[in-house]
Design a binder for this molecule. Structure first.
Ligand SMILES: NC(=O)c1ccc[n+]([C@@H]2O[C@H](COP(=O)([O-])OP(=O)(O)OC[C@H]3O[C@@H](n4cnc5c(N)ncnc54)[C@H](O)[C@@H]3O)[C@@H](O)[C@H]2O)c1
Length: 300
């Protein structure tokens, strides 16, 4: 069971930043279906279904964010340059850390009690890092996994977790940071699955994890409704991997030296999902239907 007193989003005004993006679009519609009044903060020219108020602006701007926060009780902060290569290192890092600082600090100063922030599996540094042969220090990836960051996107997501903690320490605003794995529509997930099935090495540092965008939207709502106290950051994912091979077999072949802290059953994802369950009551509802098969000899 999640800790703290729970409530629902129905009838509450929620600011969603990055509302026109992949996760933001589905989240805005999901929150509106649950009765939330959504203020969508989008970039000029963007549109989103389900919002009853749309503010066009920039999450780095103090004025735009102040305008978007009018009457807001809860915040979902998704706006970011969502990949290392989505801009120059300067643009990616500064957009992400300034936006998160600006949104969370102004929200807290205005009395917002709870925010959910899009973190990333990348906060531990390896998936978009400089060393293609890097291996996780242990499996499963868990809340406490050490970071070894060598790119500016991962650094921005790691720093965002510090910003969230600062905001909670100073103003007492509860912040849930969801360290998303690859999030996509069912079709988008299938494309990545096909690529990793051909070459499982490509998905090792992401632990072959994924999350359907509908589950991401639901996790965001659960984060708002959980009553989880403090600044919490944790992994979440579908319970199985996006490759058809048994997890133990693929780890034996590709990462035999990585210590395993548990034995994985069939295609169990090597990510600790315990905090997602304990803190916000999250379990994924959408899983890829892959038939388990032996790892081909050529991939061992
Ligand atoms: N999709 C994934 O696989 C994934 C995985 C891990 C983390 N995340 C994180 O989840 C969040 C949402 O990701 P997404 O996949 O929906 O990405 P996306 O690129 O589809 O959406 C991001 C949105 O943020 C907006 N944005 C960017 N800079 C802005 C600015 N300065 N002012 C206002 N809006 C701005 C963009 O216009 C876009 O609509 C991001 O923080 C991303 O880092 C995504």
């Amino acid at each position: 069971m999640p800790e703290g007193a729970s409530m629902t989003v129905a009838g509450r005004r929620v600011l969603v930043t990055g509302a026109a993006g992949r996760i933001g679009n589905v989240t805005t519609a999901h929150l509106a279906e649950r009765g939330a009044l959504v203020t969508a903060l989008c970039q000029p020219g963007q549109s989103v279904d389900g919002a009853d108020r749309v503010v066009h602006g920039d999450t780095r701007s103090e004025d735009d964010v102040a305008q978007a926060l009018a009457d807001v009780e809860l915040v979902v902060h998704l706006a970011a340059l969502a990949h290392r290569d989505a801009g120059t290192p300067y643009a990616v890092y500064t957009t992400n850390v300034v936006s998160t600082f600006n949104v969370l600090v102004q929200a807290a100063q205005r009395g917002v009690r709870c925010a959910v922030v899009a973190g990333s599996i990348n906060r531990y540094g390896l998936p978009q890092g400089v060393d293609q042969d890097a291996r996780p220090p242990y499996m499963p990836l868990d809340t406490d996994i050490p970071s070894d960051v060598s790119d500016w996107y991962s650094l921005s997501k790691l720093n965002d977790e510090n910003t969230s903690r600062m905001v909670w320490r100073r103003w007492g605003t509860d912040v849930v940071t969801l360290r998303f794995p690859h999030v996509n529509s069912a079709e988008g997930l299938e494309a990545q699955s096909a690529q990793f099935t051909r070459n499982p090495r490509l998905g090792l540092t992401e632990a072959w994890s994924y999350l359907d965008v509908r589950d991401a939207a639901r996790a965001i709502r659960l984060g708002l409704e959980s009553g989880a106290r403090g600044a919490n950051a944790f992994y979440l994912a579908a319970p199985t991997t996006n490759i058809p091979y048994r997890t133990e077999e693929v780890l034996d072949a590709l990462a035999p030296d990585v210590p395993r802290r548990e034995r994985f059953v069939e295609r169990e994802v090597p990510i600790d999902l315990g905090d997602a369950e304990r803190l916000i009551g999250f379990h994924a509802e959408h899983e890829m239907q892959l038939e388990t098969r032996d790892l081909p000899a050529g991939l061992r």
